[in-house]
Design a protein around this ligand. Structure first.
Ligand code: FDP
Length: 337
């Protein structure tokens, strides 16, 4: 008998003694992503493609579908009274959605449509989300403090990938589960339970066009992957949608690498709504995620839209990466002495 997302979350909550509010919040995400995917599927048919001509906080031109996805998520989440604060890639400021913040307990952060440069060429895109509980020792009326927590404090995180099928991947900190949308009944059905990343894969995923701008450490590491030093000759895959590139890495194994470069000295991807949920899923599935110096989930954020380098992958690839970084640190220290 097929297990739906709603059935699964009820069970998960009972196992974890979680609050019913969590189920209610996640059902808001589920509803919104069903609406978003319906628009994504019709993107070439309806007059929804093209730019609104507005730029978002990152200076990128907003696509109409980005706006639709953002509004749909906000509208379906703001009526959940346990959610006090919402933050989105598309909004410079966070949104306080309850009049009486003391009665709300959760903050939700999302990127409504990641990989937006792929929308009008029919390539996979996605939605990422992460949920935090309001910390105990903060001023309730200072909503930024609800959000600026390390990724370790996420109580739920995940993403939806709009690809050849629509797949929802989530974790409450008790393993990673994936659900595929069955369009004939409109329900997400459990298709991958307790996902474990392969310890080693055979793909790396990186925009190599920026190679000249990366630190030589990354180039040396890539060289090892390409030349069989990890007992396999790696091949490359890069779509340019983080959700798509990571989803493949999660299921097939390997490593996704997006380091700092000259244009983005801190890295290109956003910590709060891209790297954090991806890192949470990766760790829950037996993988690792780092910014090259420390685990993504241990980075203390100081800005809602801050960027980070992101290196995420399976146990073997990440162990080799960490060894490389440690060696580089040691030789830097030796040359300074
Ligand atoms: P996009 O700007 O199209 O939403 O979020 C940033 C992101 O997509 C990631 O999904 C993707 O991995 C990256 O940008 C691709 O950037 P480059 O084209 O610079 O490699």
């Amino acid at each position: 008998m097929a297990v739906t997302f709603q059935q699964h979350i009820v069970q998960e909550q009972a196992n974890l003694s979680g609050s019913p509010e969590l189920q209610w919040m996640l059902s808001g995400i589920v509803l919104a992503t069903k609406l978003i995917q319906a628009q994504v599927r019709r993107a070439g048919l309806v007059d929804i493609l093209g730019s609104l001509g507005e730029t978002n906080v990152q200076g990128e031109v907003q696509q109409k579908l980005d706006v639709y996805a953002n509004e749909t998520l906000i509208n379906s989440l703001k009526i959940r009274q346990s959610i006090g604060v919402i933050a989105s890639e598309e909004n410079e400021q966070l949104l306080v959605v309850q009049k009486d913040l003391a009665n709300a307990q959760y903050a939700i952060v999302f990127d409504p449509l990641d990989g937006s440069s792929n929308i009008d060429v029919a390539v996979t895109i996605g939605t990422t989300f992460s949920i935090f509980r309001r910390p105990e020792n903060v001023d309730v009326n200072d909503p930024m403090q609800w959000i600026l927590q390390t990724g370790r404090n996420q109580i739920a995180a995940g993403y939806v990938v709009y690809g050849s099928s629509t797949v929802l991947v989530y974790s409450l900190g008790n393993g990673v589960h994936a659900f595929t949308l069955d369009p004939s009944i409109g329900s997400y059905i459990l298709t991958h339970e307790n996902i474990q990343m392969p310890a080693q894969g055979s793909y790396y995923s990186m925009n190599e066009a920026y190679c000249a701008e990366f630190s030589p450490i990354y180039l040396n590491y890539l060289e090892r992957l390409k030349t069989g030093k990890l007992d396999k000759f790696y091949s490359s895959r890069f779509v340019g949608s983080l959700v798509a590139d990571f989803h493949r890495t999660l299921l097939r194994g390997g490593i996704f690498i997006y380091p700092e470069n000259k244009t983005y000295p801190e890295g290109r991807l956003r910590l709060m709504y891209e790297a954090n949920p991806i890192a949470f899923i990766a760790e829950q599935a037996g993988g690792k995620a780092s910014n090259g110096k420390l685990p993504i989930l241990d980075i203390k954020p100081n800005d809602l839209h801050q960027r980070t380098a992101l290196i995420v992958g399976g146990a073997v690839e990440m162990a080799e990466f960490e060894r490389f970084m440690a060696e580089a640190e040691t030789s830097k220290a030796v040359s300074l002495n």
